[in-house]
Every structure is written in structure tokens, then in C-alpha cells.
Design a protein around this ligand. Sequence first.
Ligand code: ADP
Ligand code: ADP
Length: 230
Amino acid sequence: ETEIVNTQALKKYYKLGNNTVKALDGVDFKVKEREFIAIIGKSGSGKSTLLHMIGGLDSPTAGKVFVGGRDLGEMDREQLAIFRRRNIGFVFQNYNLVPDLNVYENITLPVELDGTPVDREFVDEILRLLNLEEKREAMPNTLSGGQQQRVAIARAIASKPAIILADEPTGNLDTASGHDVLGLLRSVARQFQQTVVLITHDQDIAQLSDRIVHIEDGRIVRGSGNYAGK
Ligand code: ADP
Ligand code: ADP
């Protein structure tokens, strides 16, 4: 099976006092290996919740999530943490770099924490592809937003995950550097045969993907199940 992500009748409900918020209300969502896919929707439509479910960061109210053929619901907390570390790279809107570590140290930290030897040649290659060679020793607070996000992408890629989940990666960037960052993410993901699922509320950014899925009020309203890419 070439589907790397497969959700089935996925629901996530939150209880707020007497109210129930249906953040996801029956989502069947499939992603093929090496696809670069954008989930677009307004604030509050359920994008982050869906990404969190795929990343195993939170558990569903009902339904199933398969990543790489594995049923996340069958894993205990520790198995899930290991699975995540080995298979999924996260990129966030706010970069989440460690301020006391330089660029190289930020990028290699997750690999170090995993106890895996750092593949220095691979890290050098990533630095080159993301135009960060000159910034190797730089501290995060000396970098622009676009540079910080490129470091965050390098960090996500350094552990060689099959899938990268990006939560509004261009949300804090101006249009030009947002497009720049997304173009670089696309080319590195293609080079290393990684699948990318990104969420955005920005139509122009979504257009840079192979396929766009629209989400509204916790339901996929357009674009599901259609693999026809550019
Ligand atoms: P988006 O990422 O599209 O902005 P979210 O997935 O963050 O949407 O949220 C979907 C809905 O679920 C919203 O109504 C939001 O307020 C609600 N929600 C998200 N997380 C929680 C939570 N932890 N507790 C309660 N409600 C939540
Ligand atoms: P985003 O901008 O990515 O959609 P949000 O601002 O909706 O993020 O949510 C940020 C975090 O707060 C998420 O982890 C989400 O699950 C949580 N959250 C969102 N809405 C609520 C809510 N009404 N109550 C509690 N937590 C929420």
C-alpha cells in the first residue's frame, strides 16, 4: 500500500462545559507517499487538530489513524513517542528553536537525543540545500524569520523522517520569504522522497502544493481522495 497517511471516520470532540466542540467530525483523509499536500481552511476549522491526530500528539474520540500502515491507536504512549521520533518531522509556525544552541546544534539535537550517530555529511547536504551553510555557527536570535524556519525545516529533515507535518510554516513570514521557505521545503522533500502535509489558511501558499484539501467545520469538503497532482 502506498498510502502513508490514512484516517478513517476520524472524530475529535472537545467538551466545553455543556457544549461539545466537534473539531473533527468524520474525516477520511489519505495521503500517498511523496505527496506534498496542503490542508486549507479558516481558523477553527480543525486543521491543527487533524495534524495533531496524524502526528500522534493527541488521541481521537472515534475513528482510526494509520501512518505508514501502522494503527496509531494500537500503540502505547512510549511506542508512539518512538514511532514519532523515527518517522515524523514537525515544523511549527513559531520555529521552536533552542535559543542557547547554534544552528548546527539545533539541527542535530533531535538525532543526538535519539542516541543515533549524527550523519554529518547528510547535515552538510541539508545546510547547503537550505542555503544555510554560512549560518552553521549562528545563534537563532541573529537570524531572520525565514532563516529560522529554514533551520526548523533542516532539523525536521535531519532525522530522515518519512513524513513532515508543517503547521502554518509560513504564518509568521512575509509573502516573499514565505514562498522562498515553501519552495525550499518542497525541493528538499522531493530530494529525500519525503511526504509533506502542511496546513495553512493562505490560498497562495496552498497553491504551491501538489494537492489541496479543504476543511470546514471539522469536515473535508473538497479535495479528498483525489491524487491528481501537478
Ligand atoms: P484550526 O487549526 O483550523 O484553527 P483547530 O483544530 O485548532 O482549528 O480547532 C478546531 C476547533 O476545536 C476550534 O473550535 C477550537 O476552538 C477547538 N479546539 C481545538 N483544540 C481544543 C482544545 N484543546 N479544547 C477545546 N477546544 C479545542
Ligand atoms: P492554530 O492557530 O494552529 O489553529 P490554535 O490557536 O487554534 O492554533 O490552538 C493552539 C493550541 O491551543 C492547540 O494546541 C489547540 O489544540 C489548543 N486550543 C485551541 N482552541 C482551544 C480551546 N478552545 N480550548 C483549549 N485549547 C484550545
